[in-house]
Design a protein around this ligand. Sequence first.
Ligand SMILES: NC(=O)c1ccc[n+]([C@@H]2O[C@H](COP(=O)([O-])OP(=O)(O)OC[C@H]3O[C@@H](n4cnc5c(N)ncnc54)[C@H](OP(=O)(O)O)[C@@H]3O)[C@@H](O)[C@H]2O)c1
Length: 289
Amino acid sequence: MVNLTGKTQLLGIIGAPVEHSLSPVMQNAAIRYLKEDYIYVPFRVAPQNLETAIAGLATIGVRGFNVTIPHKQAIIPLLSEVTPTAKLVGAVNTVWRTEIGWKGTNTDIDGFLSPLKPLSRDWTKITPIILGNGGAARAVVVGLAQLGCPQIWVLGRNQDKLEQFSQSWQNTDLADALKVYSWDKLSQLIRETTLLINTTPIGMYPKIDQSPIDPSLIEQLSSEAIVYDLIYNPHPTQLLQKAKQKGLMIIDGLEMLAKQGAIALEIWLEKPVPIEIMTKSLRNYLNLD
Ligand SMILES: NC(=O)c1ccc[n+]([C@@H]2O[C@H](COP(=O)([O-])OP(=O)(O)OC[C@H]3O[C@@H](n4cnc5c(N)ncnc54)[C@H](OP(=O)(O)O)[C@@H]3O)[C@@H](O)[C@H]2O)c1
């Protein structure tokens, strides 16, 4: 956004709460850099108002928007079209206008894969362990399958939710690849993985002293292992600090956050966008440097 005028176009994010979202920071940084006549605005939308809200966003000519908690699943039946990957994940985080109405996709998968794809690993020989079975874990499962991992192990603390998670993939191509385990199985499984991914919020600001796993378990990881924590604040988390001390490769959630946002902005603007500007704006905002 250079100057707000009558021609300025609207982008935004809907959620409840939406105050915590860092998307306005990075999206507006990229928009300013590109000198595009757009502005990206947070919209607090309560669950009961979702349908009215997206009809209203169409009426006022919003070009596209991101979707955050708690609307990522609920929005699917309200859209005219949903990409196959978003259907598979069961969640939409990016929406844009087409001639027939709103179309939705999920950019978290490519965001998650962004730091992994350049690595020269034989993913077909890796069985990743995912800690947690919430919304982000779903995008991670689809991403790992795209990468070529033949088996994916998901660990959760709540047996009922874990079963539901497992069931939700039953009629998909991922049914055979996915195995779910209770959290206490980690000590038996950890030696067999070289990719450990935390999708729980344990260790996230302000509870920065917490770690999803005991440091003694990190000692059991092979020296080849990568530890990937989706959390981006603090930077690094306790989990990543311990993994780094052991000399392991670590990946935090910042690149995923910037990349999923950059892909969304590319969809809306139909042109390449400066991801490094978006990452820099996040780092500045979070005082990470
Ligand atoms: N870097 C990025 O771009 C990016 C993108 C998405 C998410 N994230 C991060 O990923 C994390 C999860 O997000 P989400 O949307 O997936 O949340 P979510 O849907 O609430 O899922 C959280 C998962 O963590 C589990 N969990 C929470 N506390 C736990 C504990 N003390 N012990 C064991 N398991 C626990 C939950 O278990 P129950 O189901 O039993 O409650 C659930 O399976 C957040 O920190 C978020 O910031 C980062």
